[in-house]
Design a binder for this molecule. Sequence first.
Ligand code: FES
Ligand code: FES
Length: 188
Amino acid sequence: MSVIRLPMLPGPEKIPWKAKVNGKEISKHVESNAILLDVLRDQVGTLGVKRGCDMGTCGCCSVLVNGNPKLSCLVLAQEVEDCEITTVEGLADGHHLHPIQEMFSEYGGSQCGFCTPGFLVVISSLLDENPSPNDSEIKNAIEGNLCRCTGYQQIVESVKAASELLVSGKNIDNTTDPKSNPNPGFEN
Ligand code: FES
Ligand code: FES
C-alpha cells in the first residue's frame, strides 16, 4: 500500500532586519514571524534578556525600545526594525555600572537574579524620566515585573538609593580600589 505524503507547509520567509542594540548597529536575517526575545537571545547574543513566562506576565524579558520598556516576548522583531534597543548589557557605561545596578548590589535587590535584568531596564527608564520617584511611582513602574525571592522591599530601597545618587550628582566610580571606598557613593 502506498503512503500518501502531504506537502509540508513552507516555513516563514527570512527577511533582513536591522536595529541598534546597546549602541551597536546589528544586521541579521530573521524569520518574518520572529519574536524579538528570540532574536536578541539566539542571534544577537544578549543573553541577559531572560525568557520567563513567554506570555507577557513576568517582565523577565523586558528591554527598552527607543527608551521605553517593552516585553520582548510580545514584540515581533519586525515591529522594532531600525529602533534603538537596550538590554541589561547596555546599561553600564564602560566599567561604570548604572546607579540602579550598583544599588541593587548594595541593597540586595537581586537574589537568584533571574528577574533582575528585567527590573533593571524598567527602573533605568523610570529614573531617566523621573529621577526622584516616590514609592507609589516606583511600585507602578515595576508592577509588571515579578520576583519570587526578594519580597520587593529591597528592590524599592535600591531604587530610592539610586535616585539619591542621581539627584545628588555623586559619581559612582567602581573602578577605584574598593578598600579605599567600600561603599561607593555613600562616602558622605
Ligand atoms: S517572558 Fe516576557 S513577560 Fe515573561
Ligand atoms: S531575585 Fe529571584 S526571582 Fe527575583
